[in-house]
Design a protein around this ligand. Structure first.
Ligand code: COA
Length: 388
């Protein structure tokens, strides 16, 4: 496979935008991506596109790819919708990287979009639930918060971890989100607020959950050979991996970690030729607070049952040894399902180029994204580095 880079990246604001259509949100991300380039982008150079979206609300379940691509002025190119629940964006990026890496195309768009706030709370739960195992989980009434609550209970029991550590993830990510002008929630919260919020699915409360958000994100993927036609500072894809697992959690070997993510991370590090301790900044899939703690362990930032200890030491907070989710993560930046995996790459792109504003991790050289579908049925991990 030949070397691949990201040369431009952008995202829309994340939040609740009843006045904006899915096309407008997508165009906002595409325009933001264009503005990260030094010069103008002629859309006719884009040879293919992959668009991650679950299709929440069913507004445009069929053929969202062509609809959105034509709206932003792309040619009559192949455009593929990628669906893998909350990892739709990560798998759209994977498709684009493989398409360029294989030599089939030189310039490919990877994007993601979701419009989640126009549906009622009941419909929202239906659309989130469609990514659980229908036979065993969905029809039995298990919500996504419910599934992660089962994992959190098991983790807290097995490793004797007090609830406080879950809440510390929320406090950290809200403090990061307060520095991100595009985040859904831009307000800090205290540990007392985080611990005392209304129960959603015990032990998870409101502040243990990511919100449902409207938003889109886009990156331009090219061969490394052609990257400097677009920018003097491309971000190289050093490694990537993807994995899957049983959808129903009772069929898995363990529920205190995600096998799909472990497989993805192992492959990504093997390809990149670096180790978890080399990573300077990471965006991980904190759809629920317990998910960030499990991510530390699945990626290899901490040993099994020890991820929560990184929070105590402040190692993953901005200013710490290896900041995680400087964007605010899904918890505070927001979680428009199909956009999330791409938005993670946008943050790392900006971090590695020193363009992350108030949340910049000084001197970041290696960055990682970890994107999980549903309760861990699928996952992608990417490792990026500046092409010096
Ligand atoms: N974190 C912090 N505050 C939140 C929040 C969250 N996750 N979700 C909502 N809020 C706030 C809102 O801003 C609002 O505040 P306000 O009254 O001051 O305006 C209030 O809580 C109620 O918002 P609403 O949108 O009515 O919440 P809800 O009760 O319908 O939904 C959850 C809350 C947690 C159930 C919902 O966000 C959810 O299902 N999250 C999980 C999403 C998910 O499963 N994603 C897939 C992951 S695999």
């Amino acid at each position: 496979m030949r070397d691949v880079a990201i040369v431009a990246a952008g995202q829309s604001e994340f939040g609740e935008f009843p006045q904006k259509s899915i096309k407008e949100i997508f165009a906002e991300a595409f325009d933001d991506m264009k503005s990260s380039l030094a010069g103008a982008l002629d859309p006719s150079v884009i040879e293919a596109a992959y668009v991650g979206t679950l299709g929440v609300g069913g507004f445009q379940l069929g053929q969202p790819g062509p609809l959105l691509a034509k709206h932003v002025g792309l040619g009559n190119i192949p455009v593929t919708r990628v669906e893998n629940a909350c990892a739709s964006g990560g798998f759209a990026l994977l498709s684009a990287v493989l398409a360029v890496g294989s030599g089939q195309y030189d310039v490919v768009l990877a994007a993601g979009v979701e419009k989640m706030r126009d549906t009622s709370a009941m419909q929202g739960r239906y659309w989130l639930g469609v990514s659980g195992d229908t036979e065993y989980e969905r029809l039995a009434g298990l919500t996504f918060a419910g599934i992660y609550a089962v994992m959190a209970s098991r983790y807290m029991h097995d490793y004797h971890v007090p609830k406080k550590y879950l809440s510390m993830v929320a406090v950290k990510n809200h403090s990061h989100g307060a520095l991100n002008p595009k985040a859904h929630f831009q307000r800090k919260i205290t540990l007392e607020q985080a611990m005392g919020a209304a129960n959603v699915a015990y032990p998870l409360n409101l502040f243990d959950c990511s919100p449902t958000s409207d938003g889109a994100a886009a990156v331009l993927v090219t061969s490394l050979e052609r990257a400097r036609e677009f920018t003097p500072s491309p971000v190289k894809v050093l490694g990537f991996g993807a994995g899957t697992d049983y959808l129903a959690i009772h069929e898995r070997r363990s529920i205190t970690g995600l096998e799909a993510a472990r497989i993805a991370a192992t492959k990504a590090f093997a390809m990149a030729g670096i180790s978890p301790s080399d990573i300077d900044v990471a965006e991980v899939h904190d759809c629920f607070t317990i998910a960030e703690i499990m991510a530390y362990e699945d990626i290899g930032f901490a040993g099994r049952g020890e991820g929560w200890k990184l929070l105590e030491a402040g190692e993953t907070t901005l200013g710490g040894r290896m900041p995680v989710n400087p964007s605010g993560g899904l918890k505070a930046k927001g979680h428009p399902l199909g956009a999330t995996g791409i938005a993670q790459a946008v943050e790392i792109f900006n971090q590695l180029r020193g363009k992350a504003g108030k949340r910049q991790v000084a001197g970041a050289r290696f960055g990682l994204t970890h994107n999980v579908g549903g309760s861990g049925g699928a996952a992608t991990v990417f490792i990026f580095g500046i092409d010096a």
